[in-house]
Design a protein around this ligand. Sequence first.
Ligand code: AOF
Ligand code: ZN
Length: 361
Amino acid sequence: MRQALALGHRHLGRTWPNPSVGAVLVRPTANGPVVVGRGATQPGGRPHAEVVARAQAGAAARGATLYVTLEPCSHVGRTGPCADAMIEAGVARVVSAIEDPNPLVAGHGHARLAAAGVDVVVGVEAAAARQAHLGHFTRVREGRPAVTLKLARTLDGFAARVGGSRLMITEGAANARVHLMRAHADGILVGLGTVLADDPALNVRLPGMAESSPIRIVFDSQLNIPLAARLVATARDVPTWVVAAESAPAAREAMLVAAGVEVLRVAPAGAAGRLDPAAALRLLATRGLTRLLCEGGPALADALAEDDLIDEVVIVTGGVRLEVAGLAAVGPSLARALAGMRALPPLRAGPDRFAFYERQP
Ligand code: AOF
Ligand code: ZN
């Protein structure tokens, strides 16, 4: 099952609207069990993991055990159900980590296998699988993508200078790790303030991983993003969505669209034309996004925390000090949210430190 989880992990960020599932087919032989097929959900969400593993195994799937990180599907989507494919292939046993919360599946996949005489075991590595498929769970159950907040802060706790000129907080090894986090997200979210302060590119700049750049998303209620911003200037290379309130000027929308940006309107707007973060996330889920990495800034992070929309937090503390008072990295609502979260083991990357927090189950 751990191998299956590792296989699914490889395609995180590339299978939306589907979860990235991993599957391993193992066949008993006189010399002990042998892996005969491996699969992960393919980029774009199809084919499903089980079908990939089965194709690799060929006739060796007969009598094999399938280890799979999510219940095999039972619905007819763009192809037939994975449960039926396993039955046809003669798979003898299915070890599944967790039930699929998708109401089209929701136990029917396991039941179908069992009814066909397949030995079914459910619940192996369930916690790891729930974590791996967190975005699928939040999208199906809450109608929103899972949100991981990443914030960088100086040793003295600041995210930026007051007035907001660009401030580099972390270095090489930490930055590479952040780029990997980006690659595993479906979308990267920032507020307009971060665009104005940092003019970020928000792409994946790891060797060989340029194609893993997720969709770049800006919450910008009134469409004030400058046309000269890097995100706008490169919108034809990496998809860029700007989420705005209904009240934002149509003329601005036309200019952004001409530059290759996609503008999404959220209704109803919150107070004074502001975006309601929960409604904006719901819209992103209807577009198929399951996993968002929010890279700030502090105002957006606090607004998300206030509405209880953050599932995971990653705080990267760089080795530098600002020395003067700057913009606090952690606002009051985020501090409250963090106090209720569970801290996971920290990690060092050069002089920088990563602290991880997750929502209590
Ligand atoms: C599986 N194996 O590898 C994945 C599954 O639109 P479709 O037909 O591709 O179905 C999408 C649903 O299938 C998705 O919402 C989730 O419930 C399940 N994903 N199931 O058996 C897989 N990715
Ligand atoms: Zn399937």
